[in-house]
Design a binder for this molecule. Structure first.
Ligand SMILES: *[C@@H]1O[C@H](CO)[C@@H](O)[C@H](O)[C@H]1NC(C)=O
Ligand SMILES: *[C@@H]1O[C@H](CO)[C@@H](O)[C@H](O)[C@H]1NC(C)=O
Length: 525
């Protein structure tokens, strides 16, 4: 009691009023989450350990030809067995949060058609407890692309409404077992990427597409991505409903979704190209966010797609609007130019976005032969930090300044030759420049009033980069492909300094006390 009175007085005395707008004061609130991000399939390995069931990525990577270097996530970076060491690395960085995902097939090897795997529960309990002992908040995705293969085999997973029941069942178990300690939940990671690559271009499991879009044996690129997305949106609502009705009050956490969010720059100032850039956001990000937040698909999608876009029943709409979201997680890496293909003729390149299914827009990284930013090892990743501020501002304005977390952002280097640890590979100045530029852009958005509450760098370690296998490296730490030894890069030292410079000492400033679910938990860090 005395302590809290004292605290209030101290806070009032010390609260630096001219904080906003002063360029010498850190714009990052003292309760801002700084962390690194990972996902189960890319990090854990241990693909058959302790009763885990097979998931869609286990099956997919074991099919020859799907992964560029023929690798898989059987061992990945063995985070499942080495998490203690990895958490020590995090502690050394000084992060106060860790974003990871739970492997669904580790908890429910056969979905709701089998029993709960106790060893899986125990693993995540150990992980969570170790994090909390180190003062690191768990920030947990229920699924990050990987789902039990059983659901694919039984009913075609996301193509069937049955999946809503499975996801709800799984989410309930996670809230029940972990929700006393996990205060940040996200339902899905980048469902837009998952359905576009899984059901339109077919380069991710379940490898479904039409011949005009890719090389698959089955599928319908013009319809199935929308059906899968529809079931994901309703699965999200079902899980959030369970959280709101059964857990949120006593557990006191918050729940959101993570979207891949690119910035789309109109290639010229013409009205057509500006509208096309807006259409590109509709067909990529608002496709999910608008139904979840407002209970309907973007108008322009309905107009263009007609009956190829599933419709929400009145009951669904009510459910969506009443469940909603507490925050939006944003995975942002890069930006593109957008050219209109509705009023002007574009070259028809499958997957480039020019078709009706993709909203009649051409997504390109170059304008008059000049790329939007410095190229990197991935053909889609160009360095354009201004895009970070622009996408944050866009989301802030469109969704009424809903709390946002940057759930991923990071830089990759090529290691196609697998030459391993070199002086050069440890001195990653390009990564430092990238992160520094993007964090400056976030700082600018914060100064302009965006409600941004955290930043998760992808990633602590080099890891399994989906179809690129181990040929690209995203880590603050180099990971040796044979010994799996972790070695810090220059960027690790830099991030550590950055966090130290922007973490206010001792006094907790009452900045974000305005009625959100999160606030109370920041103070427990
Ligand atoms: C399409 O897939 C088949 C079987 O997986 C493969 O043999 C063929 O080379 C692929 N074609 C192209 C153009 O990638
Ligand atoms: C941290 O602050 C020190 C002292 O102002 C400065 O020299 C250094 O460049 C800063 N580092 C980072 C990564 O912000």
């Amino acid at each position: 009691m005395e302590l809290s009175v004292c605290f209030i007085i101290l806070s009032l005395l010390c609260y630096p009023l001219p904080l906003k707008g002063n360029p010498n004061v850190s714009p990052f609130p003292s309760n801002f989450l700084f962390g690194t991000a990972s996902s189960s399939y890319q990090f854990e390995g241990a693909f058959l350990s302790d009763g885990k069931g097979l998931n869609n990525w286990d099956i997919f990577t074991h099919n020859p030809g799907n992964i560029i270097d023929g690798s898989n996530g059987d061992i990945a970076v063995d985070h499942y067995h080495r998490y203690q060491e990895d958490l020590d690395l995090m502690q050394h960085l000084g992060v106060n949060s860790y974003r990871f995902s739970i492997s669904w097939a580790r908890i429910l090897p056969k979905g709701r058609f089998g029993s709960v795997n106790k060893a899986g529960i125990m693993h995540y309990n150990n992980l969570i407890n170790t994090l909390l002992l180190k003062g690191i908040q768990p920030f947990v995705s229920l699924t990050h692309y990987d789902i039990p293969q059983e659901l694919e085999n039984r009913y075609g997973a996301w193509l069937s409404p049955h999946v809503q029941e499975d996801f709800k069942y799984y989410a309930d178990i996670c809230f029940k077992y972990f929700g006393d300690r996990v205060k940040y939940w996200t339902t899905f990671n980048e469902p837009n990427v998952a359905v576009i690559r899984g059901y339109r271009t077919g380069i991710y499991p379940p490898s479904r597409c039409s011949s005009t879009f890719g090389n698959c044996t089955n599928g319908d690129s013009e319809k199935e991505a929308f059906i899968a997305a529809h079931n994901i949106i309703l699965s999200h609502a079902a899980a959030v409903d369970v959280y709101r009705t059964k857990y949120q009050k006593q557990q006191g956490g918050s729940i959101g979704i993570v979207m891949n969010a690119a910035w789309y720059e109109p290639i010229s100032n013409s009205l057509e190209n500006k509208q096309a850039a807006e259409r590109a956001q509709a067909f990529y990000m608002n496709w999910f966010l608008e139904p979840i937040i407002m209970g309907k698909y973007p108008e322009v999608m309905q107009e263009i797609l007609g009956s190829n876009l599933p419709a929400f029943s009145n009951h669904d709409q009510g459910k969506l609007k009443s469940t909603g979201l507490d925050f939006i997680g944003i995975n942002h890496y890069t930006s593109f130019y957008i050219r209109d293909c509705m009023f002007s003729v574009c070259e028809q390149k499958p997957g480039a976005g020019t078709s009706k299914t993709e909203g009649f827009v051409l997504r390109t990284s170059t304008k008059d032969g000049v790329s939007i930013g410095e190229p990197t090892a991935l053909d889609w990743l160009y360095v354009y930090p201004q895009g970070m501020e622009k996408i944050l501002t866009y989301i802030k304005e469109r969704y009424n300044n809903i709390p946002m977390f940057i759930t991923e952002n990071g830089f990759c280097e090529n290691d196609r030759s697998g030459k391993g640890l070199t002086e050069e590979s440890l001195n990653d100045v390009k990564r430092v420049e990238y992160i520094s530029g993007y964090l400056d852009a976030i700082a600018e958005a914060l100064r302009k009033g965006a409600d941004i509450r955290g930043y998760f760098l992808w990633s602590l370690l080099d890891n399994f980069e989906w179809t690129m296998g181990f040929t690209v490296r995203f880590g603050l730490h180099h990971v040796d492909s044979t010994t799996l030894k972790r070695t810090p890069r220059t960027s690790a030292t830099w991030y550590r300094q950055f966090i130290a410079n922007h973490t206010a000492p001792e006094i907790l400033m009452p900045k974000h006390v305005s009625g959100s679910h999160q606030t109370q938990h920041f103070n427990t860090i």
